[in-house]
Ligand binder design. Sequence first.
Ligand code: ARG
Length: 461
Amino acid sequence: NEGSLWGARFAGGPSPELQRLSKSTHFDWQLAPYDLAGSRAHARALAAAGYLDPGELDRMLAGLDALEARFLAGELVAADSDEDVHGALEAALIAEVGPELGGKLRAGRSRNDQIATLVRLYLKDHAATIGRQLVHLIDALAAQADAHRTAIMPGRTHLQHAQPVLLAHHLLAHGWALSRDLERLVDWLKRADVSPYGGGALAGSTLGLDAASVARDLGLAAPAENSIDGTASRDVVAEFAFVAAMIGIDLSRISEEVILWNTREFGFVTLDDAYSTGSSIMPQKKNPDIAELARGKSGRLIGNLTGLLATLKALPLAYNRDLQEDKEPVFDSVETLEVLLPAFTGMVETLTFHTDRMAELAPAGFSLATDVAEWLVQRRVPFRDAHEITGALVRHAEQHGLELHEVDDAGLAAVSPHLTPEVRQVLTIEGSVASRDGVGGTAPVRVDAQFAALADRVRHL
Ligand code: ARG
């Protein structure tokens, strides 16, 4: 078992079936730059503790740098016989600097503390990328809201017309949800910013290595306080997968609306050609595929999270090989979001909103009924009665095929003496929206204030 990390106590090499099962280089190879960074930090700690002399440290670091250059040039690839990225890189280092020196690097560390550290480094980098992508999307939603400050649309509950709202208010609602996902990502970093390096297989090391300096070298805030926890926990990976799934779910909610709004029946938006697709048979088709893929991929992101949680459930301490199964799902979540978010942002940035159509439908479905009820309350009619009177007005209008503002004076009076002709003042969508001026309401003054508040929130994360 030449070149393997653990051959000596075995009479023969592993079976080909075991090798195929055990192998992880096809997915953990992308951790190579982090493994090399860990090795550099570890080599310095070994030198500081007197296990490498200064000349050896220099040659070791030069060897690791050479491997990194070859990796970046795409020239360093795992051999078929390599089990994982750690073994492959040790074999490559030995080839680079010789077995005498190369064989010294493994002292005081284990693949268990290595892998637990590397996955954190990988996720930290990608959290920064995904965070930037989220900021772009929030900006795109805010820019569309800004471009449509006065447009009014039908606000819905139960997908039924409920009350008119500003389109900007609706778009910013999605922006706020995404700002919390960004906040989750930033907050995740507090728990991720820990280095298990030095924990060894599970119990720590006898060699007196400075784990804090390794952590510092790797840009992590501190070493793990408990070597068992450091090597065996993956809650930080699961939490990342949760944030990724939540982002997916928030995108899927926007997606569902874009898909509906883009139908002939709604007619609220037109997608830009560059962000929609055609049909191979129906020449007229222009489909919202980005929104559909986002909706579909949210299922995949949820699957990655649930798979990971199932792997962790009831796993005894400390390291178990099951933990190797943490990487493919979370790598997939990262790759999925990093491809999805830029396309999604492009779709949002280039949406054309048909605000006339939205305004036309905004009062339909008696969506101003609540305004009538609250107008009555302002005239000191108890809300219970106001609700009854307004319900009767809706029934009257429906029976006569009228909208609320079309009911004549006699019709109003027949429903209730409280319904004087002045009630028509609140029966416009502009009046309705402007009157909802409490904190968080859809009145233009309140919505205007949200832009700065949202930008401020995102900037301070
Ligand atoms: N490849 C493993 C993982 O991804 C790390 C190696 C630990 N292997 C072991 N036999 N202890 O978790």
